[in-house]
Design a protein around this ligand. Structure first.
Ligand code: ZN
Length: 716
């Protein structure tokens, strides 16, 4: 062993390439090694700037390898090391690790900003674009344009005075979004109500009561005889956080309490010192000013110029199409709820209020399907679901997925390692699967992330992609394997779709390989596409067998699963349309000089995007964190946009005879050659067209959602 590899072995965070040695990484190393890495990167970056500056001053033409390659190498060094730290922080968190992570974060952000706002880099990129655009291929052009755009949006092209203003406003916007989200959190936390009577909680399942009793305990509540709260005897404390709010609105029979809880929920952060209304005005005005500084008409235009949707009109058109399709269905759904309430002789039957919708929906669902998701779990043990998923991938994309446990270090004993091979047994990629929830040290939710991206190493060897697939499903017990809910199965397929795009990429440039450089409103295409297969008869029948007896899932259960997918989808679609329209119009049509408040604008939109208008207390915007404290400003429509693509892509398979394996294989191969292989190397429009032979349309999504196809002459 040479001396340098020996040193690297002691500093696993600085290896910068290959599969990370997770077990060897300690919080102390993170602090030491990250700081020295950042020092080195800053030094190298200064060197790169000086070199480029000299070449620019000499009026020499620059070439790709002089700018893009060193720039990528720098950011890849940081991505590799910081990626490992962030990954560990998410999947095996400890207070020491968290502390090490947050101690390094500001320096990491500072370095990224330095690169993003470097005038020298910007001028070099412009020079590349101007001088040699004719010699670049489509992928290089796209990478360059995306890089320039992101720098432009960071304010790099502004003169000094304007850039100063821009930076001040950016910082203020960051601060406002933190205050906004803290206000929502505090308002959510501040409201609660102690319940003591059995009649208060009637209808609630025991799992929900346990949560309410636990929160009463935390609150210091006692029962009348001074004993501690229990799920059975109370007292219980309801609140506005999702785990307490949703079950009460869905199951709580006491209507007055539902009303009270609902009103508290929709008026969060709209009063007193937690009032977000003035913040909303300031955020919207600042964004509008920032957009204008950068040369855009409004924030929506800025947001859309790196998305697949071309302009506000395209977004509005899509939402209008969905709205028209959803309205008549939602009206029928509302009638069905009223009918259900009147069968139960509820006095609100003819006059349902917003706080009745979830409740009667649940009743109707029980009446219609008797679908109990919990009871289906024994049919979905993880090993069998994985077999089903892998067989599907082999069938569609001609890849083989094999266990490779022990071939790479893991961060936890439950983590599995797999290899993806082609038909000739050649390795194409690898992935980790960390399936089970570990509430004490693993972040909730599910995600796919890149461990290694496809690229060429310094000595010209191909680096194969490696993906992290993280889920949070039910763990196994001593007696039973992990028995998954159908929702957990869908989540696994979803993340695997992202993983396939990462792992099957054929793009030679790492900046556009895998999921890199893909427009944000198109990135959910492969993931939602894969979800569709969970309800494909052949796929489902292949994996849904009782873990003990091997008995296949009964046909009637399969039908229920299919039916439940479109249950109340008119409501669900309208809701998303309402949010998306409000978002896009606030960022395109609204400005501070208008005679209308953001809330009034929202109420105008509600006139034809809701069936029950928002009540007076409803100040939903004050808690719309997606757009005021998250990254969804003028981007909320992306949920629906990507769903159009994924449904339409899946429909290509539905259009052929499902028993004709050759046809299915051909389409699968085409999906692999286009969407999965070409990722961010071309525009999503071009890639979709290469797969489907035409531009995407909404027909499949409307059909899958059980909405009405007739979309013309809608006057509602
Ligand atoms: Zn996703």
């Amino acid at each position: 062993m040479t001396k340098s590899t020996e040193i690297q072995k002691q500093r696993p965070l600085l290896e910068g390439q290959g599969i990370p040695n997770f077990k060897e990484i300690t919080p102390l190393q993170i602090k030491d090694d990250l700081s020295s890495l950042l020092r080195e990167l800053n030094k190298n970056f200064t060197g790169l700037e000086q070199e480029l500056e000299k070449k620019l001053n000499d009026k020499r033409s620059l070439i790709w390898g002089e700018v893009m390659t060193p720039l990528h190498n720098l950011s890849e060094r940081l991505r590799w090391s910081w990626g490992v730290v962030c990954h560990l922080n998410s999947v095996c968190n400890t207070s020491e690790l968290r502390e090490a992570h947050s101690s390094q974060q500001p320096e990491v952000v500072r370095f990224s900003n330095r690169v993003g706002q470097s005038k020298t880099i910007y001028r070099s990129l412009c020079s590349l674009r101007d001088q040699s655009i004719h010699t670049f291929n489509q992928t290089q052009k796209r990478i360059l344009e995306a890089e320039l755009l992101s720098m432009k949006q960071l304010g790099v092209g502004l003169d000094e005075a304007n850039q100063k203003q821009f930076n001040i406003a950016s910082e203020r916007l960051a601060e406002l979004s933190t205050i906004f989200s803290n206000n929502v959190l505090d308002a959510t936390k501040d409201w609660s109500l102690r319940l003591t009577q059995k009649s208060d909680i009637s209808g609630l399942p025991i799992r929900a009561l346990e949560i309410l009793a636990d929160s009463a305990k935390e609150y210091g509540d006692k029962s009348e005889d001074n004993s501690l709260p229990t799920a059975e005897a109370g007292p219980w404390r309801i609140g506005l956080d999702i785990p307490r709010y949703i079950p009460f609105m869905t199951h709580g029979i006491n209507r007055e309490l539902r009303e009270c809880l609902y009103k508290a929920h929709v008026s969060r952060a709209s009063k007193g010192k937690l009032d977000n209304r003035t913040l909303i005005r300031e955020i919207l005005s600042l964004r509008s000013k920032q957009a204008k500084r950068l040369g855009y008409t409004n924030w929506a235009e800025l947001s859309l110029c790196n998305k697949m949707a071309t302009d506000v009109e395209a977004v509005e058109d899509l939402l209008e199409e969905l709205r028209c399709a959803a309205i008549p269905v939602a009206q029928k759904e509302l009638e069905a709820l009223s009918d259900c309430a009147s069968r139960c002789e509820a006095k609100e039957a003819s006059n349902l209020a917003p706080w009745d919708i979830s409740f009667w929906s649940e009743r109707l669902k029980q009446e219609k399907f008797e679908l109990n998701q919990e009871e289906l779990r024994p049919w979905f043990p993880l090993p069998q679901v994985l077999d089903g998923l892998f067989n599907l991938c082999e069938r569609l994309f001609e890849i083989k997925i094999q266990k490779a446990d022990g071939e790479a270090p893991v961060w936890h004993q439950d983590v599995q390692f797999f290899k993806v091979r082609n038909q000739n047994e050649i390795d194409l990629a690898y992935f980790y699967l960390d399936p089970y929830c570990r509430p004490s040290n693993k972040r909730g939710g599910a995600w796919m992330d890149e461990c290694l991206g496809k690229s060429k190493s310094n000595n010209g060897e191909t680096v194969l992609p490696v993906a992290y697939l993280i889920c949070n499903q039910t763990p196994p017990t001593k007696e039973k394997p992990s028995l998954m809910s159908f929702e957990e199965v869908e989540t696994l397929f979803h993340e695997f779709g992202h993983g396939l795009q990462h792992m099957l990429t054929q793009v030679e440039y790492p900046q556009a390989a895998g999921i890199n450089n893909i427009e944000w409103d198109a990135v959910e295409l492969p993931s939602q596409f894969m979800e569709n297969w969970c309800l494909d008869k052949k796929t489902l029948a292949g994996m849904a067998k009782h873990w003990k007896t091997g008995e296949p899932l009964a046909d009637k259960e399969f039908k229920k699963l299919q039916l439940s997918r479109t249950f109340n989808s008119g409501f669900a679609t309208l809701r998303q349309v309402h949010f998306a329209l409000t978002d896009i119009r606030l960022h395109s049509k609204w400005n501070d000089g208008l005679d209308i408040t953001p809330d009034e604008l929202r109420r105008q939109i509600a006139e034809n995007t809701t069936l029950i208008p928002p009540i007076e207390e409803d100040q939903f915007l004050c808690a719309f964190s997606h757009i005021f404290a998250g990254g969804y400003a003028a981007g909320y429509y992306s949920y629906k946009w990507a769903e159009v693509l994924s449904a339409d892509a899946y429909a290509a398979f539905e259009e052929v005879d499902s028993n004709n394996e050759n046809l299915i294989k051909n389409i699968g191969q085409r999906f692999r050659d286009t969407v999965l292989s070409q990722g961010g190397s071309q525009s999503p429009q071009a890639i979709f067209k290469a797969f489907r032979g035409r531009a995407p349309n909404t027909k499949a999504l409307i059909r899958h959602s059980g909405l009405s196809i007739k979309t013309s002459n809608c006057i509602e």
